[in-house]
Each structure stands twice: as structure tokens, then as C-alpha cells.
Design a binder for this molecule. Structure first.
Ligand code: C5P
Length: 405
């Protein structure tokens, strides 16, 4: 494993909450713990705290407008977006959270947040009624579903006199969250993760196929989460309309046999294999060369079994971590445990596709992680991106355990 030993750069976004003054303490502590800090302020924040304070504390110019160019000729929001190892927004107002959720780019901070590939951490601070408001909570969930993480506000008396949940988390909590998030950006560095995703289409004739309801969302979310942990990701994808996360190498396939060949070609070079694809178990025995015309007669198709890609490669997994998915409709846990053994897996993520909010096409899932050592870890209903994060953390632990053996 190779680690990036460079000093991490934190872009600290400061927005117009009364707690903006506390961002100075956060900046100082981040620098004390070995980070470079570059501050970006919203216009509202500059009415509460002078940018000069942050410039003096951090030794770096502070930017506010999209057109601010501290280094002439360099487009600041792109340069900062690329330099950032992590973007921390502390304090974050309801307004900025909403702008980020909507993908607006009307100032330097929101523009940079769109342009960066670095992880984003948000520490909100606002009146308790605002924090509890369904609009704010909906924006928080939208951002969480994209992999943004929150450092929850704490309970206390606000500047306005109200009491409740809404105070900016304390500085040590924020600094620790930054350190933990940065550590995770590297825990799969140098590890190649191979992922299958989406459905397969099994042709009947040039216009018809047998497919399934898989959208690919779970597999693409797993790819995103693995990337966020620093992995090198190879995504073997069946047909989907999804945009693969930037930085993945994508191999596109249509049929189960093509997916099998692609996996065989990539398997030896990977350290982790995660099979999220809903591979068609059967394919038509014969593919008609031309479109079959409609007649008044019935039509019987003879199907033959497809290879079980996961079971085949897991037989020769060696030191690799191999993870499967099981979409079940009954006795989910029992079937998952059976599959885990039969397919020689380290971990299987099982979900009941008949449960509301779980399974195909939707953005959420309720997974239970079942381990080879018998451990069973039920996860609550959450976005597929969050499920993916849990799964990748489980993979990191399994890898660490294996390396210690
Ligand atoms: O046996 P079942 O199809 O339910 O197992 C599901 C798991 O096996 C998933 O991880 C899926 O990606 C994988 N699988 C496969 N090749 C198949 C069928 C399933 O890799 N032909």
C-alpha cells in the first residue's frame, strides 16, 4: 500500500451564521493538526467576520466572489476545487445547504463545491426550528444521498435565545470528523476494486431481449463509495442510463456471457470483487438472426442457464475479498447464508426486494450484511449511497483482518 504523505489541504467554507466567528478556531486547530487551510466565505459571512482575520490566521488569501483571482491568471474555484483534499463547510446555514442540494453555483463556495471531487463535510449551525424544518432536512438527505457527510449540530441556547438542536458542533468534534474522513479517503489507496452492476440483457432476436428491473443504482453507488475511499475502481456495467462516477474505468457489456468474460479478464488483477449485478440466470438457447414476426400461434422459448459469474470466480479467490448481493423475496437471511457458503464469499449483502423502499429502481435500500464468520449486521433503511458506504467500510475491515493474518 502506498500513502500520500503530502500535507492535506482543507478548503474551509464559512457561511453567514452567527457561529461564523467560531470558524476561526476551527481553522487554527486544523492548521495545528497539520493541515493547510484555505478559506472561502459567503458574502453574508463577511458581514459577521472580516476575511482579513482568516487571511491572517491561515496565511492564505480568502476568496468570496467567483471572479476573485488571488493568483492572476488562475481560475480560483477550479484550482481550489482541485487542490482540496476535503471541503469543510463550518458553519453551514440553511441557505447554503439548500444551494448545495440544488446544485446552484452563485458564489465561490457553491461553485467550488460542484467543481471538486474531494469529500464534502458540512457542520450546520442555525436556529433549532430551522434545523428541524422539513425543507432543511430534505436537503440534508439529498446531500447525504450524494455522499456528503454531516457533523450534526449540538443542543444548547442559541444567540437568538432559543434553545434546542442547532449549535455548531464543538471544534474538537469537527477536527476529529475531518481527520476520520481524510483517513477514509486513503484506506483503499492502492487497492483495485472490481464491481459488476446493472442488469444483463439476453437477446431473443435483434429487437427483443430478456432483462430485469435492476437499475444499476446500487452498483454505481458502491463504485462511488469505493472511489471515495481511494480505491482504483473497475466497473463492469450492464445496460443502464446512469453516468458512471468520474475516475472509474468502465467496461460496458450487454449479456451475462459478456459480463462473465469481462470479469474473468479483470479478476486476477483485483483485490476486492463486489458483484452487485442482477445477472440473468437464463438466456434463450438460440438468438434469432432476424425479427420474429407476429403470428396467431403461441411462442415457446427454450432457455439455457447462464454461468454463475460470482460462484465461478470465487472458487479461485485466493487472498481476495469477494462480496455478493442477494435480492430475495422470502426467507431472505436463510437464503443469503446458503449463498454465502455455496459461492465461497466473505460477505453477502441481502435485501428483501418486496419490502417498500428496498430493491430495484428506488434510491433507498435496507441491507443486512452477512459475514462468513456468521456475523449478521442489519442496516436501517437508507440511501443506496449510504448503504454502499457501510458496505465499503465492512470491506475495509475484512481487508485489514486478512492482512493481519
Ligand atoms: O444466486 P443469486 O443469483 O441470487 O446470487 C446473487 C449474487 O450472485 C449477486 O452478487 C450477483 O451479482 C451474482 N451472480 C453472478 N452471476 C450470475 C448470477 C448471480 O455473478 N449468473
Amino acid at each position: 500500500m502506498c500513502y500520500n504523505l503530502a500535507v492535506p489541504t482543507i478548503v474551509l467554507g464559512v457561511t453567514g451564521s452567527v457561529a461564523a466567528y467560531r470558524a476561526a478556531d476551527v481553522a487554527r486547530e486544523l492548521m495545528r493538526s497539520g493541515h493547510v487551510v484555505r478559506v472561502v466565505m459567503t458574502r453574508a459571512a463577511t458581514r459577521l467576520v472580516s476575511p482579513d482575520l482568516f487571511a491572517a490566521l491561515t496565511g492564505n488569501p480568502v476568496v468570496v466572489d467567483v471572479f476573485d483571482e488571488p493568483v492572476p491568471g488562475q481560475i480560483a474555484h477550479i484550482r481550489l476545487a482541485q487542490e482540496a483534499d476535503l471541503v469543510l463547510i463550518a458553519p453551514a446555514t440553511a441557505h447554503t445547504i439548500a444551494r448545495l442540494a440544488l446544485g446552484l453555483a452563485d458564489d465561490m463556495l457553491t461553485t467550488l463545491a460542484l467543481a471538486t471531487r474531494a469529500p464534502i463535510l458540512i457542520a450546520p449551525a442555525m436556529n433549532p426550528a430551522m434545523w428541524a424544518h422539513p425543507a432543511v432536512q430534505a436537503h440534508v438527505r439529498t446531500l447525504q444521498a450524494r455522499g456528503v457527510e454531516f457533523i450534526d449540530p449540538t443542543y444548547g441556547v442559541m444567540a437568538c435565545g432559543d434553545e434546542g438542536w442547532g449549535k455548531l458542533a464543538d471544534t474538537p468534534t469537527i477536527v476529529q470528523a475531518v481527520q476520520q474522513r481524510l483517513a477514509r479517503t486513503k484506506d483503499l489507496q492502492g487497492v483495485r476494486v472490481l464491481i459488476t452492476a446493472g442488469p444483463t440483457y439476453e437477446p431473443i432476436d435483434p429487437v427483443r431481449f430478456i432483462g430485469n428491473r435492476s437499475s444499476g443504482k446500487m452498483g454505481y453507488a458502491v463504485a462511488e463509495a469505493a472511489l471515495a475511499h481511494g480505491a482504483e475502481v473497475v466497473l463492469i456495467s450492464g445496460p443502464t442510463a446512469l453516468q458512471p462516477p468520474a475516475g472509474t474505468r468502465v467496461v460496458r457489456v450487454q449479456t451475462a456471457q459478456q459480463m462473465h468474460e469481462a470479469v474473468l479478464a479483470e479478476f486476477d488483477a483485483c483485490e476486492v470483487f463486489i458483484a452487485t449485478a442482477a445477472v440473468a440466470d437464463y438466456r434463450p438457447e438460440r438468438v434469432l438472426p432476424t425479427k420474429r414476426k407476429r403470428t396467431q400461434q403461441g411462442w415457446t422459448l427454450r432457455l439455457v442457464p447462464n454461468p454463475d459469474i460470482l460462484a465461478t470466480v470465487a472458487q479461485r479467490k485466493g487472498e481476495r475479498i469477494v462480496v455478493g448481493f442477494a435480492a430475495e423475496t422470502d426467507k431472505a437471511l436463510q437464503h443469503a447464508q446458503q449463498k454465502l457458503r455455496q459461492k465461497n464469499l466473505d460477505l453477502i449483502a441481502v435485501n428483501d426486494v418486496l419490502e417498500p423502499g428496498s430493491g430495484f429502481e428506488v434510491d433507498t435500500n435496507r441491507l443486512t450484511l452477512v459475514y462468513a464468520d456468521g456475523r449478521v449486521e442489519p442496516l436501517p433503511l437508507m440511501s443506496k449511497r449510504e448503504c454502499a458506504e457501510h458496505l465499503i467500510r465492512a470491506v475495509v475491515h475484512l481487508l485489514q483482518e486478512k492482512r493481519q493474518q
